[in-house]
Every structure is written in C-alpha cells, then in structure tokens.
Design a protein around this ligand. Sequence first.
Ligand code: HAS
Ligand code: CU
Length: 541
Amino acid sequence: MNDAAERKLALSHLWVAFMAFVVACFMGEYQVVERSGLIPTLDSPSVYFASVSTHGVLMAFVLTFFFIMGFGYYIATTSLKQPVWNKPLAWGGFWLALVGVVLAAVPLLTGKASVLYTFYPPIVAHAAFYIGATLLVIGSWIWCAIMLVMFIQWKKVNTGQPVPLAMFATAMNAMLWLWTSVGVAVEVLFQLIPLSLGWIDTVDAGLARTLFAWTLHPIVYFWLIPAYTAFYVFVPKQAGGFLFSDEVARLAFIVLAVFALPIGFHHLYMDPEQAKGWKLLHGIGTFVVALPTLVTGFAVIASLEIAGRLRGGKGLFGWIGHLPWTNTMVLSVILALLMLIFGGFGGIVNASYAMNAMIHNTAWVPGHFHLIFAGTTVIMYFAIAYYFWPILVKKPLFSNSMALVQLWTWFIGMSILTTPWHVLGLLGQPRRISSVVYNNLLTLAWQPYEFMMIFGGLILLGSACLFIYILAKTQLNPAAEVFDQQIEFAEPIHTVESLPEWLNDIKLWNKVITVLMLISFGYPILQFFFMNTSGSSPWGF
Ligand code: HAS
Ligand code: CU
C-alpha cells in the first residue's frame, strides 16, 4: 500500500507533539531552579507561574493530543490496511488544533493565563486561552470521529471478524476521549468563557471543580492508552516472542476505558462541595481501575518471559538476561514498568481516602504524576517514535546506541527528579508554589532535595534534546539507504479466530458508561441547580 499521505499526516502530528515537549522541558528546568532560590535574580513569581502554566499545557495537552492523533492515524491505516478516511478532514483537525495552540500560547506566554493546566475558577485566564483550548479539543474530536468511522466501516466489511487489537484499543481511546472531554467542555463553554469575557459576574467554583473532575481522571488514561497499546501490540514481537493473550488485552482496555470515567472525585476528597458518600463511591471505582494496570503488568511481563525463554533463558529469572535489552522498545518497556511500580504505588496512596489527606496539594502529587506520566507513559512515546520514525521517513534510525543512552538517561533523570518530590510532599511542602525559601527550620530541610531536583531536571533536559536530535538526524540524513520495513504487530500465542461481540465492539461499553456516569455524576451535578449559591467573583488577569 502506498501510504505516503498517511505517513506525512502522522509525522506532522508527531513533530508538533515533540517540539512542544522539548520547549516544555526547558521550562521545567527553569522552574526547579527558580523555586529552589539558588539564583536569587531569577526570583519572579509572575514569570514562574506563566512558565509552569505553559509547561503544564504543553505537556498535558499538546504533546499528548498531537501524539495520540498522529499515532492513531498510523495505527488505523496499518492495522486495518486501508487509507485514513477523509484525509482533508484529518488535516482540518490538525490545523484547527494547531491554531488553537497558538491562540492559547499568546496569553500563556504574556502572563495572562497563569492558571496552571487545571481549570479551577475563580482564578480565570484571558478568554483567548479558553477559546484556543476549545479549538484544540474540537480538533481532537475530529480525530475521534475519523477513528470511529474507520472502526465501524471495517467491521461492516469484515463481519464477525476480530478487529485488530491495535485498532480496538485506539477506538476505545477515541470513545473514552469523547466522554472525557464533555466535563471540561461544559465548564469552559458555560462558565469560563462567559466569565472571562465579562458576560457573567460570578462563577460556581464547586460546580466547576466537579465538571473538571469529570475530565481530570479519564484524561490521564487517554494519555496512557497509546503506551499500553505499544505494550501489547509491539513489545512481544520486538522482544522475539508472542503476546500472552489477545483477549486479556481487550478486557484490560475495556475496564480501563469504562472505569476511568466514573471516579474523578478522588481529586476532590478534600473539597467541601461533594458529600463523603459520593467520594467513597468514586474511591471504590478508583481501585477497580487499577486492576487493568495490574493485569497489563502481568500480561506484558508474561509476554516478555515467553520471549526470554524462546531466546534460551532458563530458570526462574534467567529469561530476563536473555531479553534484547538493546532493542529500544524492549528497554523502554522494562524501564516503564519499573517506574510504574512506584508511580502506581503513589496512585494507590492518593486513592486511599484517608491517606489522601496526608499528600493532597503537596509536592507528592507532581511527584506521582511526573513518574507515571512523564516517566512510564512518555518513555513509551519515545519507544514508539524510535520504532515509527524509520518507517515514516523511510530511513534507518540515526543511532540505536544514542537512543539507548537517551532512554536510560530519561529513566535515571526521572528517578532523580521524582524521588525528592515525593519526600518533599511528606515533609509538608505544598505544590504550586514559586518559592521554597522561607528560612525557617522546616524549609531548610527541603533544600537538599531541591538541589537534587535541579540535577535530575538537567539530565532530563539533556535527554530530551538528544531525543529530538536523533529524530531530526534520522529524517535529514541525506546519505541514508532506503529503509523499507512495515509496522509489525505481535501475534498472540493462541490465534484469535472469533470473539464474542462484547470483546470486539464498543457499543455495549458506551451504554455501560452512560449508566455509570448517570449514577456517579448525575446527582452530584444536579444538586448545584437546587442550591442557592451566590458564586465567587473571578480572580484573574
Ligand atoms: Fe494519578 C493525581 C490516583 C494512575 C496522572 N494522577 C494525578 C494527577 C495526574 C495523574 C496528572 O486517587 C494530578 C492531577 C492534578 O493536577 O491535580 N493515579 C491514581 C491511581 C492510579 C493513577 C489509583 N495517574 C495515573 C496515571 C497517570 C496519572 C497512569 C498518567 C498517565 N492520581 C490518583 C489520585 C490523584 C492523582 C487519587 C489525586 C491526588 C490529589 O490528592 O490531588 C492507578 O491507575 C495506578 C495503578 C498502577 C499500579 C502499579 C502496578 C505496577 C505494575 C508494574 C509491575 C512491574 C514489575 C517490574 C513487577 C497499581 C503493573 C518488572 C520488571 C522487569 C525487568 C520485567
Ligand atoms: Cu485521577
């Protein structure tokens, strides 16, 4: 199949994602330095909050959205073996999203949208920020529509046949994102844009936080699903073995998507606007959504074990040494799983209602999400990039050994950055502060950890630059011979001939989500319309 147009579409998305990523890495390093107080001339809360807001938006919304879209388009075309449906529309979505990013960047960089990456009024940004974010989201909805159309069309033509696992996961993610974005979309359209334009004078912060909680948990699984897709559909083959089970993988994606949604109140445990019964309900759901990750850990390690044994590994752990550690995908998955142990452990602490009081709004929380998102998830984005780039640009990877160095340094840097962050949280350091220099005994204890974080950040910055360098060199290498390989998807040990419809379609799960969302968010949202709340005046720029 001549997929030049699809390759260009995927590459354009991936480049936007990774350029946003590297810019955000520079900001991250500035932030750890500024906060530590090491260079007093850098001390500026207004620059700090403009930077941390831009860093958060670039990482959480630009890197992820563009990566997921580019990845999805190429997964759809290669796994279904058909061109991307309606490419002009796909390009329209790309440009709309990009215009949105540029529009939002103006107030962000000029300090008029220093509201961080979370949408929590009464703190309010310039309207251009919300309008830009809206365009970005509409761009992503176009991607969702294209993924779902391709999924449905393929199923119509191939009646009764199992949808390729990679596409099943991608369609699930598209459905998940459509559901996920409803909360923040309602908040932005009916509360934040009117507020920022001065059409309304006050805002109900409790309702806004509830709507944002609708989005805040599932969005992290929207970011995560491409990483898990690579775990299941690329890793086993790259390691030289087979996927432990195709059906288990589907089940994991289903539970992940369905239970990611009705549980957002674990971000509101310490908030007053919801009663404790609702928080408990969401808390129980949070433990359910950890299960597919445990299942994924098991299935991926089992797949690696199969590969290690096929490569001659013996004994209980001998297979680990026989894995191809110099394969970028295999090394990434090992490092990703190692970071997942501690990142996930932190998540379980957060989710435990009583323990949440100990860490909520402390430095522990950015420690948790940098480890599990910037660590586990983003290292798999790197792995996918290293795998895709030679195929997308038809030139071999510039240097495999440099790529291995880049992956190791990312892992080491992220461990050095996030361990002190967790400790600082336990020492009582709040999150979202621009300075830690208060010169009392409590904050003096924070200082060594701050310096360690600067060091970790530097390693990460070097690693990020190396990553971009390798991708650019691969693409721009004039002397490279033609690289003519295709994407290879892993085979399961037992080939799947047929599947029950609930493992092969998303319709049923859409209905289940509707019911779960009505139960878990229906009354908690409705109650605000029965209450006589005066609302808060905006605080902004
Ligand atoms: Fe989280 C806050 C709970 C996963 C991202 N999380 C956040 C925020 C972000 C985020 C961005 O309940 C901050 C939001 C904000 O700004 O306010 N999180 C969880 C739980 C999980 C979890 C229970 N989070 C994620 C993932 C993210 C992410 C994934 C991004 C991609 N999180 C919370 C809670 C809060 C929170 C509360 C609110 C905190 C507060 O108070 O503000 C779970 O899904 C985690 C499950 C994972 C495990 C780990 C299993 C380990 C495995 C590895 C095995 C490997 C081995 C090694 C044995 C239970 C599978 C093998 C080695 C070889 C060599 C082969
Ligand atoms: Cu969450």
